[in-house]
Write a protein that binds this ligand. Structure first.
Ligand code: GDG
Length: 472
């Protein structure tokens, strides 16, 4: 990748690490971690001197690191340096499961009734953010750019700024930013926003998220200029922009091997139309509502019984949190009910997999599916929708109007995920769409994905960040 527009190194700081090390029959093995942020950012780090700082979560992570907890990933030839931070059990509970995923995650996704607002978790969140900041400060050299990622590390920008007033710091927020009356529930809202404004530059996926953030700054007594995208409080000021995360479209060009696997899947699933959902287990992904819509679909359009099958691939996530355990049980109960009621001799309405696959192995599923059905109740972006389109020449995408990806993929059939009738109608419409129209829509969407890919995103972010520094 062209590194010419970077003066110093790029230091990416995130909670999740791109690779982890595990024990496999006594040997240490490296695994690529799935997840929106890491799969999104890893391609832009390859072949560089850049540094990634993250929580070392794998059971064998610290077996392979050097004295300063660093390791080159994925390998010496194409790699970059990963610096791992070790967290205690108590820190993981309070910081990760606690404040990040039981407070900020539900609030930012507009589920305030699910939010736990626990003072001890907040204290641990601050402590761990400090740990990340200190680990970064140790590494910074003149000219480096520090790029902090996501909601787990909101306080890191200002913690670094206090020590290094001249540092170049940016933040990208990968999840939604809620309306003020929802964010305002958090007792520590002022501190959170001031922590973020230690950055010179802040990015969100879409324009409505930028609006929500600026509105929050204003309501907290700061200055917010929507025209210029400027946020200022006593602690600092930042330029705020919407820059939608793209994908590595080259990675999703099919190989003959993957095409063959896709054919095999179609045969195994014994149906004339295959509809696919791929989600991390999360209440924000709307999987239970989708099951309701599938049930409505077969009621309203019985002609599709014995012909159309759904494949739902769910990857395990946050499995220690009770809310997520309950969600899994509920989804499995619903699938059991639908299949029990409707299944034929060979035909199964919903094929369900609760397992994480390496990203490459999702490609045959994308290729096999005539329709992609992605109906999150709310989603910062939803990379899976982009990946489904990037893999294929034709098909149909049914996408929640509340996913960030809907702002770019305007040719998709947009649905309200809370309305099962409309989702059922969209399925009927998608199945009935002529091939020529499918190809036309896909060509347009693919064109946008190629133009606004992960490399575009990185360059655009870095350029706008640079401009924001010069305009100070
Ligand atoms: C968060 C935000 C935002 C690989 N194997 C599996 C799997 N993967 C890869 C997919 C995709 C990624 O994981 C999932 O990304 P999403 O964007 O769909 O969802 P989140 O994990 O919730 O990501 C989201 C993203 O950050 C980036 O900013 O778009 O809004 O919530 O690249 O190829 N995914 C699944 N199963 C696997 O087995 N579900």
């Amino acid at each position: 990748m062209d590194q010419t527009n970077i003066d110093g190194r790029l230091i990416v700081v995130s909670n999740a690490e791109p690779f982890q090390h595990v024990f496999d029959e006594g040997e240490v093995k490296q695994e690529k971690r799935a997840g929106g942020l890491t799969t999104g950012l890893d391609p832009m780090m390859k072949n560089s001197d850049n540094l990634w700082v993250a929580w070392g979560r794998g059971e064998a992570d610290f077996e392979v690191t050097d004295d300063s907890e660093k390791v080159v990933v994925p390998d010496e030839e194409t790699g970059y340096t990963l610096k791992r931070i070790e967290l205690t059990e108590e820190e993981v509970d309070g910081f990760y499961y606690g404040f990040s995923n039981s407070s900020l995650w539900p609030i930012c996704h507009s589920f305030p009734h699910k939010a736990l607002l626990n003072k001890d978790n907040w204290k641990t969140y601050k402590k761990v953010n400090r740990k990340f900041a200190e680990n970064v400060i140790e590494e910074v050299e003149p000219g480096d750019k520090i790029w902090v990622q996501d909601y787990q590390l909101a306080l890191v920008p200002n913690m670094i700024r206090e020590e290094l007033p001249e540092a170049k710091i940016a933040l990208f927020w990968h999840i939604p930013w809620p309306p003020w009356e929802t964010f305002g529930i958090i007792p520590w809202k002022q501190e959170l926003v001031e922590g973020m404004l230690g950055a010179d530059f802040i990015g969100f996926h879409t324009s409505w998220l930028v609006h929500n953030f600026l509105d929050t700054v204003f309501k907290l007594g700061g200055a917010a200029n929507r025209g210029e995208g400027l946020a200022r409080t006593d602690s600092g000021s930042a330029i705020v922009r919407d820059i939608p995360l793209g994908i590595d479209t080259d990675f999703f060009k099919k190989t003959p091997d993957q095409a063959e696997k896709a054919e095999q899947l179609k045969e195994d699933f014994a149906c004339s139309k295959l509809i696919l959902g791929v989600d991390r287990l999360d209440y924000t992904k709307g999987i239970d509502r989708r099951m309701e819509a599938i049930s409505t679909f077969f009621e309203k359009y019985p002609q599709y019984k014995n012909k159309v099958s759904f494949v739902e691939r769910i990857s395990p996530s946050r499995s220690r949190v009770q809310e997520y355990k309950n969600m899994r049980e509920k989804i499995e109960r619903m699938i059991g009910q639908i299949n029990g009621e409707l299944r034929g001799e060979r035909w199964v309405p919903i094929r369900y997999f609760y397992q994480q696959l390496p990203q490459k192995e999702l490609i045959p599923y994308y290729l096999a599916a005539d329709i992609g059905l992605l109906t999150p109740l709310i989603d910062g972006m939803n990379l899976v929708a982009k990946e489904y389109v990037a893999t294929r020449e034709k098909g149909m995408l049914i996408l929640s109007e509340f996913a960030g990806a809907a702002e770019t993929l305007t040719e998709a059939i947009k649905v309200n995920p809370y309305n099962p009738e409309k989702v059922a109608d969209a399925l009927h419409q998608a199945i009935s769409t002529p091939e020529e129209e499918q190809r036309r829509k896909f060509a347009k969407m693919k064109n946008k994905l190629n133009q606004m890919d992960i490399h575009w995103w990185r360059d655009r972010f870095l350029d706008e960040w640079e401009l924001s520094i010069h305009s100070r």
